[in-house]
Unconditional design. Structure first.
Length: 517
């Protein structure tokens, strides 16, 4: 319902603002800025969820704020107020969506008791040794179901709600308000079923201590074992060994020797455990994974920009009707809804043969699918260009493959990134890493805007004065996304997921923050 509400606003916001007298360029900027604010507020919401009041409280509070914003949107629209009043209401919506965007997914995933199962728990007649694999399989299905629900909401918004808005903006905004009210009721009704997820205070402080300790100890020989959290061994990753220096043996100080003539001894660092260091490695490693993710989202952003420009030049008639260019997004959403269950079936088949793909392999395949989507767009642009120039544009359905390939890329890469963020994040910072994944979307969108603003690239985009060369536009993106796949392969070969490290060392490391709590 949150995605239904968001896309009911986002997909038609430029049209609404221009109808209120805002210039096209200013309307596009306002819409982009509002969308970016939704992702920016997600970072603050994630911190509140992880470290201050917990995910449940953030989700409920965010839903209430969201509904208040939607109610204000309906009110100012019914009262025929101007664009400034509408935007003010929309920023209340942005605050609400930011509060829940990074919290809902990990809140649901945390209901799968994978860690407890690995500690030896069982359920019913299921052997304890089989329970973790069963839970992990269910958790993987959860991520697919979660992403499918997002796209169902987007599909309903883009095909149904936006068409209602053409006849009545007030009714078109009232529909997501009513839907969101039902969503709040449903979420609250499920409260007795949810597992408590109290906040874990101090994840950012522990992360800062590790970085500070590693810097102050950078010249110290690594000749001592790391300081362990009380009563628990720790799984250690081989990458980023420079961070290991932050964990000092008990009784030693991290401060360097005082300068000649100095009378004051530099203060010692607070204790840093090996588990703290491992958590810091996880955060930094995931941020590195987000680098190729930004290029993926840069390619994804073409669906709302270059793909639409491309569609406007083609024949959009279906029988007696002419479809809107944005309707082609349905191919993307339909591909996602169809491919997600097929992916589950394929994984089940592979699991029986001992060949389950890793999350990193899933992400890499998604990045490759994004490169194929850009290549398909380049082929379609080159193939249709002569007919467009001759005044006989072919069918817009030439573009269906590139929309569907972007959908396949999302099924693989986007879901994989969310899953990896949950699995590898310190247990006190899971929402924050979800927010990092969402932030990569905003950065990718900014890169897409910067790319199309380069004068040489802008000349490839057709307008009323020139035919453009979208085939070259997409060819450059194909080269970039292909190089991005190679970059990801390099990172993935270096990266070792938390579960792999823990299995290799024979332990399940608990986050030091949880141990202290």
């Amino acid at each position: 319902m949150e995605r239904l509400s968001y896309y009911s606003i986002q997909t038609s916001l430029v049209e609404r603002l221009t109808g209120l007298g805002v210039g096209a360029a200013d309307a596009a900027t306002a819409a982009t800025t509002w969308s970016a604010a939704c992702y920016a507020f997600a970072i603050a919401g994630a911190y509140l969820a992880d470290a201050v009041i917990g995910r449940y409280a953030v989700i409920v509070g965010g839903m209430v704020v969201y509904m208040a914003g939607l109610g204000a949107v309906v009110g100012v629209t019914a009262a025929s107020r101007g664009a400034s009043s509408l935007l003010a209401s929309l920023y209340v919506v942005a605050l609400g969506t930011g509060s829940i965007k990074a919290s809902v997914a990990p809140f649901g995933a945390a209901l799968f008791r994978v860690e407890e199962a690995e500690g030896g728990g069982g359920e019913g007649d299921t052997p304890p040794t089989a329970w973790p694999n069963r839970e992990r399989a269910l958790l993987a299905r959860y991520w697919n179901a979660f992403y499918a629900s997002i796209n169902v909401g987007a599909l309903v918004a883009s095909l149904a709600v936006v068409n209602v808005q053409r006849s009545s903006w007030t009714l078109g905004y009232a529909i997501p308000l009513a839907a969101f009210a039902l969503a709040l009721i449903a979420f609250l009704a499920g409260t007795p079923l949810y597992e408590p997820q109290p906040p874990v205070r101090g994840p950012l402080q522990a992360f800062a201590r590790v970085l500070r300790g590693a810097w102050r100890q950078r010249r110290r020989p690594q000749d001592a074992p790391p300081l362990l959290a009380p009563g628990a061994p720790a799984a250690r990753s081989a990458f980023m060994p420079w961070l290991d220096k932050a964990a000092l043996p008990a009784g030693q100080e991290a401060a360097s020797a005082p300068a000649a003539g100095a009378t004051r001894k530099p203060p010692s660092l607070p204790p840093v455990s090996a588990a703290d260091v491992e958590d810091a490695k996880r955060v930094l490693a995931y941020l590195l994974i987000c680098l190729p993710a930004t290029i993926f989202w840069m390619a994804y952003a073409q669906m709302g920009a270059a793909f639409i420009v491309q569609a406007l030049a083609l024949d959009r008639r279906v029988g007696r009707f002419e479809i809107a260019a944005a309707t082609l997004n349905a191919f993307n959403t339909a591909a996602i809804i169809v491919l997600l269950p097929l992916y589950d079936i394929a994984v089940d088949w592979l699991r029986k043969r001992g060949r389950v793909p890793t999350t990193l392999q899933r992400i890499g395949a998604g990045l490759a699918a994004a490169a194929l989507a850009m290549a398909a767009a380049a082929v379609a642009a080159a193939a249709t260009r002569p007919a467009i120039a001759a005044g006989a544009p072919p069918s817009v359905f030439w573009l269906a493959p590139q929309f569907a390939l972007v959908g396949a890329a999302e099924v693989l890469a986007s879901v994989g990134l969310l899953e990896l963020a949950f699995a590898d994040a310190p247990r006190g910072a899971r929402s924050l890493l979800q927010a990092a994944a969402l932030a990569s979307v905003a950065v990718g969108s900014a890169l897409a805007s910067a790319y199309s603003s380069v004068p040489a690239v802008a000349a490839w985009i057709p307008d009323k004065e020139r035919g453009g060369r979208l085939d070259l536009y997409y060819a450059a993106l194909t080269a970039l996304t292909t190089a991005n796949v190679a970059l990801f392969v390099v990172i993935a070969r270096w990266y070792k997921p938390r579960a792999l490290v823990e299995r290799a060392t024979g332990v399940v490391a608990e986050c030091a923050l949880v141990e202290r709590a």
